[in-house]
Design a protein around this ligand. Structure first.
Ligand code: MSP
Length: 646
């Protein structure tokens, strides 16, 4: 019987460009829903963007745009990033869509009618960055504990949700359902918050202060507080209570978030859902979600990701350089779900080379090459020996480990379980030495047993790897002749009796840094650097040329680099991401002349710091030696930013 599964990510604020942190949560949700689909479940995956509130309105004002125009642009950018990463969301919700505002207003109306909302007065210390009031206890040196900026005292009449009435119910519920909020450290954190009295929640903002929000249906002098609006996206995407999609998926709802937004999800949201259930004449827990899954934070080379440090890692960049699968594998494997982890390109390349190129890539290459070479004379496989039995046991163990880990959102443990098996399979090849068996005709049945076992094992990997590294898993399945969609139920070793037609699959994950073409490219570059090697006819292969990623980029902003006569700092859009590129063209172009131009950039150039500014690529320009004329390459016809140039 197939189960129903509904998983959401936070909806991301549109005042920011998509970065590695957003990508991580969305990749997790994608992996989990792929896993559940593989297991035969009807799995629905929701993501989207959070578009109202002070923060968004203020950033739009700074950018000289209307909040809606900014939301349209940035929401599309998030969506493009997820598409570029191949993430298979079922729906993409935007809180400025009518389908959302309608449900928010309906729910507000129901809670108002049920007496869950009242008009009251409130004064408090407000942080515009966080869009919330801080209590005296939370304030650090008179400042916001998160932004470390001064708070503003605000006093106003507002509408309040009677959240305080749910405090003891919520404590009892969390205590009675130990895995409602998981991992446990976050459950403890929530119970810790709940030791202090829970106050009623201000759910409105006067329009005199903030226009950008959903008007309250019972008082249009106010708009809805952005968190009250945003949380409801999880319901509105399903059409809200009464809609068949809601009735189908909501009972199976699980949320995925990072620790930064624990409080709204573990406290406001269950209380809102309890009030809504009550308003609908149902028991308080009727609409409560199944699990809140909370992960930690990524740091970048040991530092918090922040705009002021300039180390915000664009969401798609690692995939452009190393491929989607290597990126997915790294983030899924490196972070223990619930704890913080560190991202660095070096660590990612290390894992790519060791786990993907060596362990997995070599196994698949060895197995498929052996089978392809010796299959022609295949006869009936000989008897199963202790070696095969131990491989079958290792595979069953891996499945148990994988299924258990995925049930707990422990992605890292799931992958570790699969890699245990990959290790065992590499040892099996070493121990059985099929190439030696092939030399002895009498060992032919034994050789066939080994080859069948390897084909079986490669097929198994093509299934269980699918949620994690989907592109590689599809290649593996194709190599062993798989044509039907993979099913987890088929990931069982020991049932294959005849050798399938297998194609050799090598280079599944080329090593980074020491592949033949890398070495050749380095040699070519070295030759160009030495005057003796420059003969004007240095040739490169088409492969070497194709390693240079050229893309169309739109110049969004340009400014002079301080203390430099030659350099301009450009902000360019590559469609799915923005980059800073430093170009030595200041003596030929005024910054204003470049804004809006479509140029051609080298997109996979190693970043370099020039006059203290990090440049993530290079703008192509032609120049003459003698009179110093220079022209930036632009397009003859229009193409969208991000288009490939070749
Ligand atoms: N709009 C709210 C969420 C409303 S949900 C009803 C919001 N948006 S956000 O754009 O700030 O996204 C926060 C989320 O982005 C985190 O919960 C997490 O999923 C992801 N991350 C942002 N930075 C991150 C890291 N450095 N590391 C890991 N995840 C991070 O809050």
């Amino acid at each position: 019987m197939s189960g129903i599964f509904y998983l959401t990510t936070p909806i991301y604020y549109v005042n920011d460009a998509p970065h590695l942190g957003h990508a991580y949560t969305t990749i997790l949700a994608d992996t989990m829903t792929r896993y559940r689909r593989l297991a035969g479940d009807d799995a629905y995956f929701l993501t989207g963007t959070d578009e109202h509130g002070d923060k968004v309105a203020q950033s739009a004002a700074r950018a000289g745009m209307s909040p809606q125009a900014q939301a349209d642009r940035n929401s599309a950018e998030f969506r493009r990033a997820w598409d570029a990463l191949g993430l298979r969301y079922s729906d993409y919700i935007r809180t400025t869509e009518e389908r959302h505002t309608k449900v928010v207003q309906a729910i507000l109306g129901q809670l108002w009618d049920a007496g869950e909302i009242y008009l009251g007065k409130y004064g408090g210390h407000y942080c515009y960055g966080c869009e919330r009031f801080y209590t005296d206890k939370e304030i650090v040196d008179g400042k916001c504990p998160d932004h470390l900026t001064p708070l503003t005292w605000i006093e106003e009449e507002n509408y309040f949700f009677r959240m305080s009435t749910y405090q003891s119910w919520l404590i009892d519920t969390i205590q009675g359902r130990p895995d409602l909020v998981r991992p446990e450290r976050y459950r403890n954190e929530v119970l810790g918050f709940l030791r202090d009295p829970l106050l009623d929640l201000s759910i409105s903002r006067p329009r005199t202060r903030l226009e950008w929000g959903i008007p309250l249906p019972f008082d249009d002098k106010y708009v809805t507080y952005v968190w009250f609006d945003a949380l409801i996206n999880y319901l509105s995407a399903l059409g809200g209570p009464g809609d068949p999609r809601f009735e189908k998926y909501w009972p199976a709802c699980q949320h995925m978030i990072a620790k930064d937004i624990l409080k709204p999800h573990a406290i406001y949201w269950p209380c809102m859902l309890a009030a809504l259930a009550t308003a609908h004449g149902k028991p308080r827990e009727a609409y409560l979600y199944q699990h809140l899954n909370v992960h930690g934070y990524w740091t970048i080379e040991g530092q918090k990701m922040s705009k002021s440090l300039g180390n915000v890692f664009p969401a798609v960049a690692p995939a452009e350089k190393y491929g989607v699968d290597a990126y997915r594998y790294f983030v899924l494997r490196e972070m223990v779900f619930g704890l913080d982890a560190d991202f660095s390109e070096g660590a990612m390349v290390g894992r790519l080379n060791a786990d993907l190129a060596n362990d997995l890539g070599n196994l698949v290459a060895r197995a498929t090459t052996l089978i392809a070479s010796y299959a022609a004379e295949a006869a009936a496989p000989g008897p199963v020996t202790a070696d095969e039995e131990s491989v079958v046991r290792a595979a069953a163990e891996a499945r148990r480990g994988l299924d258990e880990a995925m049930g707990e959102f422990a992605f890292q443990r799931g992958l570790a379980a699969i890699w245990e098996l990959i290790g065992a399979l590499n040892r099996y090849v070493d121990a059985t030495q099929p190439w030696a068996l092939a030399k002895k005709p009498a060992e032919r049945p034994r050789l066939d047993r080994v080859l069948v076992t390897l084909a079986d094992a490669v097929g198994y990997l093509g299934i269980v790897l699918d949620p994690f590294v989907p592109e590689a898993a599809a290649k593996i399945r194709t190599a062993i002749g798989g044509t039907t969609p993979p099913r987890l139920a088929d990931a069982v070793l020991g049932r294959l009796e005849r050798l399938p037609a297998v194609q050799k699959l090598s280079g599944l994950f080329p090593r980074v840094g020491d592949s033949k073409s890398d070495k050749e490219a380095r040699k070519a570059v070295a030759a160009m650097d030495t005057p003796a090697g420059v003969d004007g006819h240095q040739r490169i292969t088409i492969d070497e040329f194709s390693r240079i990623q050229l893309r169309v980029a739109e110049v969004i902003a340009a400014e002079a680099v301080a203390k430099s006569k030659k350099l301009l700092k450009l902000t360019v859009s590559l469609g799915s991401e923005q980059r800073t590129i430093v170009a030595g063209i200041a003596q030929h172009y005024a910054p204003a002349d470049l804004v809006g131009k479509k140029v051609v950039v080298v997109a996979n150039l190693e970043p370099a710091t020039l006059m203290g500014v990090q440049s993530q690529g290079m703008v192509l320009a032609g120049s003459t030696e003698g009179d110093g004329a220079l022209a930036v390459l632009t397009l003859d016809r229009d193409l969208p930013p991000g288009a490939r140039v070749r």
